[in-house]
Design a protein around this ligand. Structure first.
Ligand code: NOJ
Length: 757
């Protein structure tokens, strides 16, 4: 009886939750339909227009830079959204122009690239993914949304879920690395963090799944370059993260700059109308990327801006960011019968619905609140969250002789390197409103952590760059000023251990920051050799936003800690790890190549017909370097040791509808409490289509005390084991599957299972 009562209550609660959602949905529909019935065509087109404020540029400068014209457009209801306006009072003023002057007073949506924090900087997304804890990405997005929403923003252009296989591409820092499964899980967590459960909540903002699609596959890693991938890669590698967030209610999508099969993504009907809005039934809207409608003509796929507008609207690009293509041409295109007005209505309806969900029709100024802005932004609580995420994002790449963790009582410590006392680089690229030079430097973090008796010997050694460095500028590297070497060598001689802090400038990564040379730039390796000559205890602390090629460092340094660009609390978080307050547990989500010639290098590659040495040269290899990476996907050390034993499956053969139960015993056999990311990969050795050598399908991060052991269980079903055909059909086939479990993509134990029909 009690059981029925409980079922009854659950059923009732579910019903009322569903009907609450339905009522909100139908209220939104009703509101939007009423509003649209009052709008003329020009006003509808205005909603599809997004322009940047002139305070900040995140793309090429607008050609038509007439501010008065922009103000008039806002007042006349010809701007549906603005990007790069932020701050409670700035957004208030801008909103007022639209709401108080336009005929229908429709509020604008304010968007900004809040990628890894608004003012409190979290680690770059690639670093957060290295935590293998989606909860960290969620927390970081939650705090970013809390700050951004208090600064009047409604919408972030994040998360970026482009799979990145080529370390030359500067934008790998914005993504989750080379694996589509991880990208799906982390993107879902970020969307949840930004949007919460209710977009109208004043702590949340709308998210944007970008870049749809395949932007990460630009040839030779050069940003904005041609993409030429097959539909098999598109369906299996590129699309899964997008599908995952589309299904889970991400508010918006952004398309991409690249072509796919000869058609620019922005003008791509298959992707936007057929797949996203058709097959996947996506209800949010699609914004173009900056100028990407105009760029359809530059690609040579439209004769002019008007034709580009026609192609893109018809293909399903709902909002025009900074091309100024829809505003001048859509009305004419409707009159000429080239664009169906119903398609414009569909785009407007999608946009207005998101504005409704954000609560902008109840109060257009609800996010522009100076009090909240003061309280919520860059406060202690947010900074402590940033420190938590930062330390969990770091990856220990090497630790010879267990040189780490260091004792806080160490007598003397040299802190050397161009980035050792840098307070700006750790903030990373895409830093929204971070204050320049506001990060805790490594030097500051270490000083705060060690005993007052520790003698710190600091010397920069050399600069990484010379001259000005900024978001909009190319960098110049220091290749010849060695004047500070001698001081660094002296500091190294006088100290027990050296912390050498080297890497990249943060402006070496991010949009438009592709590089052909991914080694350490300037004099950094020379400095390393000079230091190493006089001190044999060199711990390298790396700061960088992409995998870098460091074979010599990997061989000769005693320890290497990858800290990425760790954000506002960088120095404190690094100290947490160096001195063992936190035992590192991060693992790489992008393979580190031995040299740039191996790029793109990724663990989930296909087999070749000649994968193994053949007794002579005729097999797939390089003659001057191994095929394997320097550090593989999934790799990362801990201060303790973990052993894997009793790896088993519950049966040897399964029916197609059954799940595999995989179990293992994980033991902490080292001297510290620690966490291990247990990884499960699969491979189908003989399917209808060739399959990758390994694919990540599950993982768990497990914390164990010293000597503790725990049985870990994974379940895999046909959803995990199946794949897409080149036509996009999901296939799950009978036959043998290899299941691999282990500590990274290379060190695994294998079990074979069979699925029978
Ligand atoms: C271009 C970038 O590709 C995109 O990611 C960004 O959101 C927009 N510019 C707006 O800044």
């Amino acid at each position: 009886m009690r059981k029925y009562l409980i079922f009854g209550i659950i059923y009732f609660l579910l019903l009322s939750a569903c009907s609450k959602q339905d009522t909100t949905a139908s209220k939104a529909d009703k509101f939007v339909n009423d509003l649209m019935s009052k709008m003329n065509l020009q006003e509808k087109i205005g909603q599809l227009n997004q322009c940047t404020s002139r305070w900040e540029m995140t793309g090429p400068a607008p050609k038509n830079d007439n501010i008065q014209n922009q103000l008039d457009n806002i007042k006349n209801g010809k701007v549906g959204s603005m990007l790069n306006v932020n701050g409670a009072s700035e957004t208030y003023e801008a909103q007022k122009l639209a709401v108080e002057n336009s005929r229908l007073g429709i509020p604008m949506m304010f968007a900004y690239d809040v990628i890894h924090g608004y003012k409190t900087m979290f680690p770059i997304p690639l670093a957060e993914a290295s935590s293998w804890e989606p909860e960290m990405a969620k927390l970081s997005a939650e705090v970013a949304a809390k700050e951004a929403s208090a600064a009047g923003l409604h919408w972030t252009f994040a998360p970026m879920m482009d799979v990145g296989r080529d370390a030359r591409w500067g934008r790998v820092m914005e993504g989750c690395g080379e694996d589509p499964y991880l990208a799906s899980i982390f993107s879902l967590a970020r969307v949840q963090g930004f949007q919460g459960d209710d977009l109208s909540d004043d702590y949340t903002i709308a998210a944007c799944a970008k870049h749809f699609a395949a932007y990460g596959f630009s040839e030779s890693g050069r940003d904005y370059n041609t993409v030429d991938i097959g539909s098999y890669t598109l369906h299996n590698i590129v699309l899964p993260p997008f599908k995952a967030v589309a299904n889970s209610g991400v508010a918006t999508f952004m398309n991409s700059f690249n072509i796919i099969n000869g058609t620019p993504a922005t003008a791509n009907k298959y992707l936007q109308r057929d797949l996203l809005k058709g097959e996947w039934k996506y209800e949010g809207f699609v914004v173009s990327d900056w100028g990407s409608i105009e760029e359809v003509a530059y690609h040579g796929a439209a004769k002019d801006l008007k034709k580009a507008a026609e192609r893109c609207l018809n293909a399903g690009s709902d909002m025009d960011m900074e091309s100024d293509a829809y505003l001048p041409y859509l009305k004419e295109l409707v009159a000429e019968g080239k664009v169906d007005e119903n398609l414009i209505d569909d785009a407007v309806r999608r946009i207005l619905k998101i504005k409704y969900k954000l609560g902008l029709f109840d109060d257009p100024y609800k996010y522009s609140n100076p009090e909240r802005e003061k309280e919520r932004i860059y406060n202690e609580e947010n900074r402590s969250a940033a420190r938590k995420v930062a330390k969990r994002s770091m990856v220990l790449l090497k630790n010879n002789r267990q040189i780490l963790p260091l004792s806080k009582e160490i007598k003397s410590l040299a802190i050397i390197g161009p980035l050792a006392n840098d307070k700006d680089v750790p903030l990373g690229s895409w830093r929204a409103k971070a204050i320049t030079n506001s990060a805790v430097s490594l030097l500051e973090g270490v000083k705060a952590a060690v005993s007052p008796n520790t003698k710190i010997n600091y010397a920069k050694g050399c600069d990484l760059t010379v001259g000005e460095r900024s978001f909009l500028q190319e960098l110049t590297y220091n290749n010849n000023d060695r004047s500070e070497f001698s001081e660094a060598i002296k500091a190294a001689k006088q100290s027990e251990v050296v912390l050498l802090t080297i890497g990249e400038d943060c402006w070496q990564t991010g949009e438009a920051r592709s590089q052909t040379d991914i080694q350490l730039k300037g004099l950094q390796m020379e400095l390393f050799h000079a230091i190493r000559k006089v001190n044999k205890n060199v711990v390298v602390v790396l700061m960088n936003g992409r995998p870098i090629a460091i074979p010599e460092l990997a061989e000769k340094a005693d320890a290497i800690l990858e800290t990425w660009f760790a954000g506002s609390e960088s120095g404190n978080a690094i100290a947490d790890v160096l001195f063992g307050d936190y035992n590192p547990a991060g693992k790489l989500t992008m393979s580190f190549p031995r040299n740039v010639g191996q790029c793109p290098i990724y663990y989930n590659h296909m087999k070749t017909g000649r994968p193994t040495p053949s007794g002579n040269v005729f097999w797939s290899h390089y003659t001057d370097a191994p095929n394997t990476p320097l550090f593989p996907f999934g790799y990362g050390l801990s201060y303790t040791n973990f052993t894997y034993s009793q790896v088993k499956i519950d049966k040897e053969s399964y029916q197609l509808n059954e799940s595999i139960k995989l179990s293992l015993l994980l033991s902490n056999t080292g001297k510290y409490e620690g966490e291990e990311v247990v990884q499960v990969y699969i491979q189908a050795p003989s399917a209808s289509f060739a399959r990758p050598v390994k694919e990540l399908k599950a993982f768990k991060k497990i914390k164990l005390a010293v000597n503790e052991e725990r049985k870990i269980i994974f379940e895999l079903n046909q959803k995990d084991l199946g794949y897409y055909s080149p036509e996009g059909e999901f296939l799950f086939e009978s036959g043998d599957y290899n299941i691999y479990v282990g500590t990274n993509s290379q060190e695994v134990q294998k079990i074979v299972v069979s699925f029978i029909q």
